[in-house]
Design a protein around this ligand. Sequence first.
Ligand code: LMR
Length: 328
Amino acid sequence: LITTATAALLALGGTSAFASCEEGEVVIKFSHVTNTDKHPKGIAASLFQSRVNEEMNGKACVEVYPNSTLYNDDQVLEAMLNGDVQMAAPSLSKFEAFTKVFRIFDLPFMFKNIDAVDAFQASETGQAMKESMARRGLLGLGFWHNGMKQMSANKPLISPSDAQGLKFRVQPSDVLKAQMEAIGVSPQPMAFSEVYGALQTGVVDGQENTWSNIYGQKFFEVQDGITETNHGVLDYMVVVGVEWWEGLDADVRDQLTTIMDEVTTERNAAVGQVDMEARQAILDAGSTIVELTPEQRQEWVDAMLPVWEQFEGDVGEENIAAAQELNA
Ligand code: LMR
């Protein structure tokens, strides 16, 4: 029997790992929104799938549903609480209904690069974030990296004032909305799978995202410029439902944890390369990437930094200080 999702997956050239799920195995549906082979999250999810299916054969079986074929990010967490999907890795901007602790990652210019993000996540404060949604039924298994965000629009942006009056798609995060408002942009929250169409039809003028997302979703095809601002970070948390996770046999849980930790370490170390390959592919396709001088970039910093103050209460002054120390 070929389900609609399987057919969609096969059509997209995805794996047919479903066929390997056998009776008696714990079936782990892993839903995500990106491609499987040119994206930090897609590659990590596929590696997790192939390792579990090989090393835990007979005990557990992962079915990856990429490209929003099963759920959008705004549906997947509810589906997880209903037991319809067991794993997902939404970006940290998509957990607002569950916790506000991730807001520090959305604050513009908080982290200078992914190494600083990694170090912050490895700290006691960062590790405690994995448990921050336990009361709401979700548990974090690990942080997966993507990269730094860039700004794209239907015109080249050099100064933040160039974006004034435009409409930008944002992920559903109050910090990101405030960040856009700080530069006179009207923020439009929207699911990832809808962004290409919205840019193409002019429902929105621009968006912010990482190189791998701009490349993977072909946003560069429907934008007239991408500005290398590196103004913020896009990172993920791999989550499971607490009830489902605690209901697993301890040996299954332990083995899944070990594989997840190893995949996380291996793929997080490789994101810089995936990011740069996507950037290069965008250039090769003939798109314009605007590189800012330090003075030009400082204009974006000056325009966006006041947003920190609005969210200091949620994020904690001490955490901001700790993040800044890691940038030094
Ligand atoms: C977005 O919605 O732009 C991203 O969170 C998508 C993703 O998963 O990288």
